[in-house]
Write a protein that binds this ligand. Structure first.
Ligand code: NAP
Length: 291
């Protein structure tokens, strides 16, 4: 009985709180996270604001320290997902393993770092059965590290990671126990007609298809025919890229990065507010995002 009353008290206190939230990165002009997060707060009936904080690298430390003293929660995006490590008092084990933080919760002046890209990607593939399957990624940067761990947890047993620099990839990648990682050069795909044999899902984790590379594709499209029949082509870029359009023309299932982006945002909001994730919250944030 006493416990029940305490729960109600906490709920009332949180309902009265005005959440001060935002995103830190550079550039942020095109970010639709504010619209998405404001839609999430409105759905939850919570008061708050979510702002863009575009900070230049040269003035990062001073500005970020000030911001942390004024805010309840932050998303962290390019190029600061590793740089913020030194500001974290407690690191969530998944973020630690991935080596990148995209969400910070600030409570009583203490910061906790999380990686919700992991959650966003894992949830976006939950309808696929990847147990025992082989997957390939193009690129091995910050986002790929979250993707690789999520794939391991989805039961994938072998991952070919195609990179343009072998040394850089070896230094960066987490090394899982339940999965075999093969690091290979990206050029191999265009020079060999069998390099994607046996692959059930191919994931573009490079920025090819976005910004000034909008019209580019990461590999010669005919090589998609080496994938398993019924394979999925996934692009982390947040739009229906030329790569995905061409993959669909060849009969493949495709997924673009918007669902992962929305789901990582839903998880961040849940961490900041303590609210459970449900399908209606996800749908409200999809609508806020403009999907
Ligand atoms: P990142 O850390 O800079 O890594 C990019 C990776 O792509 C690196 O392996 C890089 O190789 C490689 N790469 C870059 N340009 C290339 C090129 N022209 N040819 C071949 N490889 C190239 O970036 P990130 O944070 O991982 O982001 C990657 C993409 O995922 C971006 O488009 C980003 O917007 C998107 N993303 C989406 C979500 C989502 O929620 N949907 C979340 C995070 C990121 P080097 O190491 O050799 O430079």
């Amino acid at each position: 009985m006493v416990k029940e009353r305490a729960t109600i008290m906490i709920e009332v206190v949180n309902q009265n709180k005005t959440y001060k939230l935002g995103i830190v990165g550079s550039p942020l002009a095109h970010s639709r996270s504010p619209q998405m997060q404001m839609a999430g707060l409105a759905y939850l009936g919570l008061d708050g604001d979510y702002k863009k904080f575009e900070i230049q690298e040269s003035s990062f430390d001073g500005n970020f320290t000030t911001l942390l003293s004024e805010i309840d929660g932050l998303n962290i995006t390019i190029p600061y997902k590793e740089k913020v490590f030194k500001y974290i008092n407690h690191m969530d084990p998944l973020a630690e393993q991935i080596g990148a933080v995209n969400t910070i919760v600030i409570e009583d002046g203490k910061t906790t770092g999380y990686n919700t890209d992991y959650y966003g990607f894992l949830k976006s593939i939950e309808h696929l059965d990847l147990k025992g399957k082989k997957v390939a990624t193009l690129g091995a940067g910050g986002a790929a590290k979250a993707v690789l761990l999520a794939l391991e947890h989805a039961g994938v047993t072998e991952i070919d990671i195609f990179v343009r620099s072998m040394k850089k990839a070896y230094e960066k990648l987490p090394h899982g126990d339940g999965v075999r990682f093969n690091i290979r050069l990206l050029d191999e795909i265009d020079n060999d007609d069998h390099s994607l044999d046996g692959v059930s899902m191919l994931i573009n984790c490079t920025p090819i298809g976005q910004g000034r590379l909008k019209r580019e594709i990461p590999i010669k499209i005919d090589h998609l025919n080496e994938l398993e029949p019924g394979a999925t082509v996934y692009d982390l870029v947040y739009s229906d890229t030329v790569f995905l359009q061409r993959a669909r023309d060849l009969g493949f299932n495709t997924i673009d990065g918007t669902e992962m982006l929305i789901l990582q945002g839903v998880k961040s909001l849940s961490l900041w507010t303590g609210k459970e994730i449900d399908e209606d919250l996800i749908q409200a944030m999809r609508v806020g995002f403009g999907k």
